[in-house]
Design a binder for this molecule. Structure first.
Ligand code: FMN
Length: 213
């Protein structure tokens, strides 16, 4: 069985990562890795897995795109009526994972979630291309629909409706910001001796600890 899944494995060949190489500020450390991911040419380095959970404990994940980040947190945009938004309303905690597998790296960021301001959402919405702005109006994200045809009909109807003017931002569409409490930077090493560093936010600033791989 040469095609067996259990035989799929790769020996990561990155040099060991030491604490002295890490920036004491996790956002600056993220920026260094993000820029390397970007320069490496891997597709969509800003694609991240967003994990959320209902109050009951039921968990779900999906991919979203990072659209901004700074010392305040990490921002993505979505429909405020979607399943993820309903979960965030019930339980405003999330985890973000950047799976830069081609680079033998991942970064996980976790913390509370907040809605960004309407002004910030509007500024980003207006920067989107026509089709994406229209698309935000078309879809009641995460609702059951009878067919694709329904979406196309709505798209055409809205195209006519907004033909002469600006497309306003739908009220139920905007950004969420994850405010990091922890960052974990993982890098694959030889013989499964991977490097893991977690930054945890405390009263005295960020504390860095090495974790067993
Ligand atoms: C590469 C990629 C990028 C995506 N980016 C976004 C995004 O930025 N925002 C978004 O709402 N959905 C995005 N999606 C779709 C989500 O993964 C998901 O299907 C959708 O948001 C509904 O999720 P929910 O039902 O859990 O709310 C993306 C999917 C992929 C594969």
């Amino acid at each position: 069985m040469s095609d067996a899944i259990h035989q799929l494995r790769r020996d990561y060949d990155r040099d060991p990562l030491t604490e002295s190489e890490l920036d004491p500020d996790p956002v600056r450390q993220f920026r260094a890795w993000f820029e390397e991911a970007r320069e490496s040419g891997i597709p969509e380095p800003n694609a991240m897995t967003l994990g959320t959970a209902e109050k009951s404990g039921k968990v779900s994940c999906r991919t979203v795109l990072l659209k901004a980040y700074d010392d305040r947190g990490f921002v993505f945009f979505t429909n405020y009526g979607s399943r993820k938004a309903r979960q965030i309303a019930e339980n405003p905690q999330a985890s973000l994972l950047f799976p830069w597998v081609a680079l033998a790296r991942q970064v996980e960021i976790a913390g509370p979630v907040e809605k960004i301001s309407v002004a910030e959402s509007l500024a980003y919405f207006m920067s989107r291309p026509f089709g994406s702005r229209l698309g935000a109006w078309v879809s009641d994200q995460s609702e059951v629909i009878p067919s694709r045809q329904i979406l196309l009909a709505k798209f055409e109807e809205l195209k006519r409706k907004f033909a002469n003017g600006e497309i306003p931002k739908p009220e139920g569409w905007g950004g969420f910001r994850i405010v990091p409490e922890t960052f974990e930077f993982w890098q694959g090493g030889h013989d499964r001796l991977h490097d893991r560093f977690v930054y945890s936010k405390g009263e005295a600033g960020w504390k860095i600890s090495r974790l067993a791989p």
